[in-house]
Design a protein around this ligand. Structure first.
Ligand SMILES: Nc1nc2c(c(=O)[nH]1)N[C@H]1C(S)=C(S)[C@@H](COP(=O)(O)O)O[C@H]1N2
Ligand SMILES: [Mo]
Length: 152
């Protein structure tokens, strides 16, 4: 694992990992970038929340791999859930299987830019999105600060 910049931490990875890992924006931007085009965010109720032109970030699987999560035996990984925590204690929850063994994982992103701009105000500086979900509201977590790998 690369040496990480501990100051200006925007994201912490904790839980079932070789050790906690802290990421500043510059650390995240060194991971492979992933972009989404026009994206409609709706609540599970169908209420429109936002129409975005573009999003830019990194895949959740890439940051988990970077932090050493995938080094655990697969029997343990299969029992893990990945929880994104927001500042307001809202949580977005994924399983190892959907992230690492389904197409859904390709589109589960930690976002640092929307419409070409850093995430402003109550949205950021980081958010999560699971762009292959039917309705994107529930796992479009604002103000993401921690990713927890929890073994059940
Ligand atoms: N941090 C955080 N992110 C969140 C939520 C929340 O309560 N807290 N609600 C989610 C849900 S279910 C929806 S539909 C949208 C709602 O966005 P809005 O509050 O801008 O309408 O944010 C999503 N992201
Ligand atoms: Mo929602």
């Amino acid at each position: 694992m690369d040496t990480l910049v501990a100051t200006d931490t925007l994201l912490t990875l904790t839980g079932h990992l070789p050790g906690p890992a802290r990421y500043a924006l510059a650390d995240l931007q060194r991971l492979p970038r992933h972009e989404l085009g026009a994206t409609a965010i709706q609540c599970f109720s169908g209420r429109p929340v936002a129409e975005l032109q573009s999003l830019r970030g990194i895949r959740l699987v890439d940051v988990l791999a970077h932090a050493g999560f995938c080094e655990a035996p697969r029997a343990e990984l299969k029992r893990c859930v990945i929880i994104g925590h927001g500042q307001d204690d809202y949580q977005a929850i994924f399983s190892w299987s959907e992230l690492f063994n389904s197409p859904l994982g390709d589109a589960a992103l930690i976002v640092y830019e929307q419409n070409g701009e850093p995430l402003a105000g109550h949205l950021g500086p980081l958010s999560l999105i699971s762009a292959a979900d039917r309705r994107l509201g529930p796992r479009n977590l604002r103000q993401l600060h921690t990713i927890e790998a929890r073994r059940l």
